[in-house]
Write a protein that binds this ligand. Structure first.
Ligand SMILES: [Zn+2]
Length: 671
């Protein structure tokens, strides 16, 4: 078993070995089962404390183990861990099913629920009771015996399939590499890209330069490489991941996932999987989500079309005799952007040294919320690149432990995410503070340069940090309602709102300092970054909408899927496309968000939350971007409240009214 008996009880990564996980899971599940039986078979009258609260606390230990294990499986994985994940996932699914499908227990939960009006519960307790009751119903408690068996089978299969999807994608990403040995083929690539590629090659004992499908390698290549054939090759390699009729193909996995999800929804009495999911979201119904996406598409498509025409015209001006294709978009966009705003990542990167951005972000949190960060090198970590900080409140009390894991590795999934190793909650009257982790994939320092971020990476950092604040400030009683345990279409508000500060000169001025000369970023460059913010913004807008529409298409299916993956995808995304389709490529087979990441029928949430964050930030803009009173209200009403109340109520308490879509349209230059 894992020993957590250390100061603040951080996870003892230095003592954990891969071989510990499986027995730890088995022991934790077995212990939880014993506890479960006690709660279900108690002979005294069911009460809030002996049933609802007891159930809540029952899984804390197991939950922590899951959080540690599954984050390691994403951030520092290997074949052995993947194998364990495949083995423990069904055990976990079975255990959680045993809770919600336990009839004696459900009867007790139901008894308490029926009396909810007269129990004298506070709002958080009431929310816990309602959520617990709903969790039973939504997980099959009302089904007959035969349907319950079916339900178990479906959820077990889904757990396995979604993991398999993620594994296939990682393997596909790692399976491809482009090793260039002729420097001519690197034409157009800035030095930082070349250096990183040379290091990548060296690490694999190859000569020349190595490019991969991981974001820090792939994205700059698509943006800068003059060699059009190589861009096309990279594009195709990236977009045929999971679509190559090999042993890592994701098409059949997708077909099974959507069919099982539909089956699950039908079993529980919903027309589609989206209906089932959205019941527990701010948006409530698929109709509302689709209308939301369609409205925004109407607002943004003309702008996107105009941007496309402009990039095409510019490409012709530069001598392109062809109609631009997908592998040309980033390349010519970058050139046009450079001409219009004379701004490139290469120019700005020296001003965004990782350490400086990190302290700028910590200072921002200090200005707004009065908190401070102190490096702590004594906390065990799972990889030497991981750093830890202790976070303190204004008056000095301990608020949270923060881990940051900045750089890509072969063993790490791409992208950026925030996770917890321990969530805030109250235990025996004591406030247990959270252990929060930020996992990112920033450009690694090279032999000659520190880690220098692109402006987009600065925003990504702010974004994930916003999620972290949601967890760090949590002030709830129950873990399942604490921190980021909120509706999926609300969870991106705390993260996205932080990105607004990246558009504020007052903040950027403090962060953007040249790593060699120590000079501040010139005023003109700063202006250009901000002026160029909405460059091709309409295109980016419809791209997000197309992902949302793709997601909704898969999850509003009313019949089992018999059509090819490509067909559904084409139908869903056609109206948002400005380019002709590319044969042999698929977006869906690499769409981990919805097929392995918990965003099923939820991708629209990003845009939904943008509406919220633009509207919320407009209050800061009005009252001052470092206004402590506004920040305090945001912390008190939203960041500290987790899922203890309906998000719209929390939002209105902060903002004084429901959100309006106008601030987003204005910010995006669409109005
Ligand atoms: Zn996010």
């Amino acid at each position: 078993m894992i020993d957590f008996d250390t100061p603040y009880q951080p996870v003892p990564f230095d003592k954990i070995e891969t071989g510990h996980y499986q027995p730890a899971f088995e022991a934790a599940i077995s212990e939880a089962r014993t506890g479960l039986a006690k709660i279900a078979e108690a002979s005294d009258k069911a009460t809030f404390q002996n049933t609802i609260e007891a159930l809540e606390v029952l899984n804390y230990k197991l939950k922590r183990l899951e959080q540690v294990f599954f984050n390691i499986n994403s951030a520092e994985t290997n074949k052995e861990l993947q194998q364990i994940a495949q083995e423990v996932s069904p055990l976990l699914t079975a255990y959680y099913n045993d809770i919600t499908l336990n009839e004696t227990l459900y009867a007790r939960v139901n008894d308490v629920y029926k009396e909810r009006g007269s129990l004298g519960l506070n709002p958080e307790q009431r929310k816990l009771l309602e959520d617990t009751y709903k969790a039973f119903v939504r997980n099959g408690a009302n089904l007959d015996a035969e349907a319950k068996t079916e339900y178990r089978k479906v959820t077990t299969e889904l757990a396995k399939l979604t993991l398999k999807f993620e594994e296939n994608l990682l393997d596909e990403t790692n399976a491809y590499q482009l090793n260039l040995t002729d420097e001519k083929e690197l034409a157009g690539l800035p030095d930082f890209v070349k250096e990183a590629a040379a290091m990548e090659a060296k690490a694999k004992n190859l000569s020349g330069w190595l490019f991969t499908l991981k974001a820090p390698s792939y994205l700059p290549f698509m943006k800068f490489a003059d060699n059009r054939n190589l861009r096309e090759e990279m594009y195709r390699a990236y977009n045929k991941r999971g679509f190559q009729q090999n042993e890592r193909d994701n098409q059949e996995i997708i077909r099974q996932i959507v069919n099982y999800r539909l089956k699950l929804a039908n079993l529980l009495g919903y027309k589609t999987f989206a209906d089932y999911v959205l019941e527990e979201r701010m948006a409530k119904t698929p109709e509302k989500v689709n209308a939301f996406l369609e409205d925004l598409l109407k607002e943004s498509k003309p702008a996107a079309r105009k941007e496309y025409d402009e990039v095409q015209a510019y490409a012709r001006k530069l001598g392109a005799s062809f109609t631009i294709q997908r592998w040309d978009w980033a390349y010519y966009s970058e050139k046009l952007k450079n001409e219009k705003f004379s701004i490139t990542d290469e120019m700005t990167k020296p001003y965004f040294r990782l350490e400086r951005v990190e302290s700028g972000i910590f200072d921002l949190a200090g200005k707004l919320y009065g908190i401070s960060f102190e490096a702590d090198t004594t906390v065990p970590v799972y990889n030497k690149d991981v750093k830890t900080f202790r976070v303190f409140n204004e008056e000095g009390s301990f608020l949270a432990l923060l881990y940051v894991d900045y750089f890509p590795r072969e063993s790490k999934q791409g992208g950026a995410w925030m996770t917890n190793y321990l969530e805030q909650h109250q235990a025996e009257g004591k406030d247990v503070r959270p252990h929060v982790s930020l996992v990112l994939n920033f450009t690694k320092p090279t032999e000659t340069k520190p880690s220098l971020l692109t402006y987009d990476e600065v925003r990504t950092f702010l974004h994930e940090f916003g999620h972290a604040l949601h967890s760090i400030f949590s002030n709830c009683t129950y873990m399942s309602l604490a921190g980021t345990n909120v509706y999926r279409d609300f969870v991106e508000l705390p993260s996205q709102i932080m990105e607004n500060w990246a558009e504020q000169k007052e903040w950027l001025n403090q962060v953007a300092v040249h790593y060699e000369t120590g000079e501040k970023m010139p005023e003109e460059m700063l202006d250009n970054i901000l002026r160029s913010r909405n460059f091709n913004g309409g295109f980016a807008f419809i791209r997000q909408l197309s992902f949302g529409l793709n997601d909704m298409a898969w999850h509003t299916l009313r019949d089992s899927l018999n059509k090819p993956v490509a067909e559904i995808e084409m139908e869903a995304m056609a109206r948002t496309e400005l380019f002709p389709p590319v044969a042999g490529c698929s977006f869906s087979t690499g769409f981990a968000h919805i097929f392995s990441g918990g965003y099923a029928a939820g991708y629209y949430s990003y845009k939904w939350a943008e509406v919220l964050d633009a509207d919320a930030f407009s209050l800061f803009a009005e009252r001052g971007i470092f206004d402590k009173a506004t920040a305090k209200s945001f912390r008190d009403n939203i960041l500290s409240r987790g899922g203890t109340e309906d998000p719209m109520e929390l939002y209105k308490r902060f903002r004084g009214q429901e959100p309006s879509v106008e601030p987003l349209l204005v910010r995006s230059g669409l109005k």
